[in-house]
Design a protein around this ligand. Structure first.
Ligand code: FEO
Length: 166
């Protein structure tokens, strides 16, 4: 179980890098709202990683830092970025389900309970990305609608307080 959570921790760190890369892509296209959206997303992923970091220590485990794979640095389109994000989140969801299933098999009820928060979080994350994909499809080539969505995304608040090490 410790290995599974360590691997999940690594996936969350990869998510941070992936979303920073996407944020950078949008910055370079002068789409500050989209860039802001993914920057906040990266911050949330860091929060996920730190929750797992703290949990491992609470149960007297050890974090074994691993190499974090490089995310893609180039993207074909706005829509492709969101599709990649959805694909990635679905993989993360699968990975969390795997941990929860294993926790149940091992009668590790603490880990089972801890990951319930992540199950709910994944539902929200996937739903957010799916909604944005639909909006992007509706916008098509309409640049004024794109500008409005960019403006809307600029208002995404950060729900993550600064992480405190425990
Ligand atoms: Fe940490 Fe987006 O899942």
């Amino acid at each position: 179980m410790e290995k599974l959570i360590n691997d999940q921790f690594n996936k969350e760190l990869y998510s941070v890098n992936l979303y920073l890369s996407m944020s950078s892509y949008f910055k370079s296209r002068d789409l500050d709202g989209f860039a802001h959206f993914f920057r906040i997303q990266a911050k949330e992923e860091n929060m996920h990683a730190m929750k797992q970091f703290d949990y491992i220590h609470q149960v007297d485990g050890v974090i074994a830092m691993q190499e974090v794979a490089a995310p893609p640095n180039t993207f074909e389109s706005i829509k492709q970025v969101f599709e990649l994000s959805l694909t990635h989140e679905r993989l993360v969801t699968k990975s969390i389900y795997n941990i929860v299933e294993q926790a149940l098999n091992d009668k590790d009820f603490a880990t089972h309970a801890f990951f319930q928060w992540f199950i709910t979080e994944q539902v929200e994350e996937e739903a957010t990305v799916k909604t944005l994909i639909k909006k992007i499809e509706m916008i098509g080539d309409n640049s004024s609608s794109l500008y409005l969505l960019n403006d809307e995304l600029l208002k995404r608040p950060s729900v993550v307080p600064d992480v405190e090490l425990k």
